[in-house]
Design a protein around this ligand. Structure first.
Ligand code: CMC
Length: 432
């Protein structure tokens, strides 16, 4: 019997099967159960993937107990402080920090692809003016596959790279256009002399009649928000991208699937929900009332921006954003922002509350990002769009990793069937 294995015994039959244990470079090891069904005739049941590793990846590592997040080994705090979003994108996609030449090449490549096909902009007119920008994102990003099919051979590494660059470069343009469309303002074309973050801000907030002054503090904060959302291991949207990609669907279709999965309030939609909640609370003295509601087992209300499937400690991204929020509020003249005060009070009370301590519910990345984004001038319905834009590099890097794997096979979960067993069809007038 190998030391690196685990023996499973079916007590009904006495049959034993030895399963190999595979060590990662850090973090929990895994039991390789790919042959479990063949050997035992049983499936594993784990609906929320609470104990299931869905893939082998070299991109991002999380230790939820300790509140650690690393991309390719680099701690998120260092990347947020010292790196840029474009450099982080390179790191996620290629595995190493770029040299100066590599950075210049990559940056140029992204910049050269920021425009979208002019006809794609016509696509927006099919949406109602009051459409949620996430709905527009799902549609328009999926539609990229109708415009860029010259690079859709997913088995060609060069095609994969071109598609990845297109995703990275065009998402800010598409996201800003989704905002301009519902506000009724003309689309603003990308300005390739600006940094990634500054270009996005400019496409969002400038108009043909008025220049937008890009404050370096705001542009830095935007870049930080992008870095902090860039990747997060096998979360719901990334797992969706991988599952869609495992069928060999094209990358734009897969990213569109990821955007759909991100939209829900349990995932990326939480940043918009946090702002709604803070607005509803209204004043710091009503915070305890809401904490009480969140504790009440009969009430379905949850404190938005609190709790995480993996982090059982302070989300390291929230820590960085908490500090960044102060600088942005100062710069935008909102140092006395009542919502920030409510958020601080909520955090204080929740962190001292027995219920939250016992369940290890700490603020997550969405808790502070909305406050920063609102101070910059983004409406709440754009918050999740910004999350999607930033996460697109994580999705595409994970997709590239998966497609490049020699052992690529379609993701096809099984189930515990608990429905009716075989029965014969009955004519309608003979049914009870
Ligand atoms: N407020 C109050 N109670 C909570 C909260 C919360 N925010 N989150 C979890 N709980 C309770 C929950 O009621 C449950 O209690 P009990 O054991 O008595 O039934 C316990 O904590 C465990 O919750 P769970 O739903 O089983 O945990 P999960 O790992 O399935 O859910 C979560 C994780 C993020 C969906 C959840 O914490 C939540 O709904 N949080 C609010 C939404 C949110 O902020 N989402 C953003 C997540 S971070 C960014 C991202 O992933 O996009």
């Amino acid at each position: 019997m190998s030391k690196n294995s685990m023996t499973f015994r079916d007590n009904r039959t006495g049959k034993e099967v030895e399963l190999p244990i595979i060590e990662g470079s850090t973090g929990p090891s895994v039991v390789d159960c790919t042959k479990f069904y063949r050997d035992f005739g049983l499936f594993m049941l784990d609906p929320g993937f609470k104990s299931t590793a869905s893939c082998d990846s070299k991109i991002t590592f999380i230790d939820g107990e300790k509140g650690i997040l690393e991309h390719r080994g680099y701690p998120i705090e260092q990347l947020a402080e010292k790196s840029s979003y474009i450099e982080t994108c390179y790191l996620l996609m290629y595995g190493e920090l770029p040299t100066k030449d590599e950075f210049d090449w990559f940056n140029r490549l992204v910049v050269e692809h920021t425009m979208v096909h002019e006809q794609l902009l016509q696509f927006y007119k099919g949406f109602r003016r009051d459409a949620h920008p996430m709905a527009i994102m799902v549609g328009v990003v999926g539609a990229l596959s109708a415009f860029y099919h010259d690079s859709l051979d997913i088995h060609d590494p060069r095609h994969r790279e071109i598609s990845a660059i297109r995703v990275l470069a065009k998402l800010p343009t598409i996201a800003a256009a989704s905002y301009k469309y519902y506000t009724g303002q003309p689309f603003i074309y990308p300005n390739n002399n600006l940094s990634y973050a500054a270009n996005f801000l400019n496409m969002m907030f400038s108009t043909p009649c008025e220049e937008y002054h890009i404050s370096p503090i705001i542009s830095d904060a935007m870049d930080k928000i992008f870095i902090l959302h860039a990747d997060h291991e096998q979360n719901a949207s990334t797992a969706t991208v991988r599952l869609a990609g495992s069928s060999q669907a094209n990358p734009f279709a897969c990213i569109s699937a990821g955007i759909s999965a991100l939209w829900g309030p349990a995932h990326g939609g939480a940043n918009e929900a946090v702002l709604k909640m803070l607005d509803e609370i209204g004043t710091p003295d009503r915070v305890s009332e809401y904490v009480e509601k969140a504790r009440d087992p009969k009430d379905t209300f949850r404190l938005m921006g609190f709790g995480h499937r993996v982090y059982k400690n302070y989300d390291p991204r929230a820590k960085v954003l908490r500090e960044a929020a102060k600088g942005v509020l100062e710069e935008t003249g909102r140092a006395d922002d009542p919502l920030f005060k409510i958020a601080m009070e909520l955090e204080r009370i929740a962190l001292e509350d027995e219920y939250f301590i016992e369940k290890k519910l700490y603020p997550n990345v969405d808790f502070y990002s909305g406050i920063i984004l609102r101070a910059i001038g983004f409406p709440p319905n754009m918050f999740t769009v910004i999350f999607a834009l930033a996460r697109s590099v994580g999705w595409i890097s994970q997709w590239i990793e998966m497609i490049g794997d020699d052992h690529l096979s379609i993701g096809r979960p099984r189930q515990l069937y608990s429905g009716a067993t075989k029965r014969d069809w009955v004519p309608i007038d003979e049914r009870d």
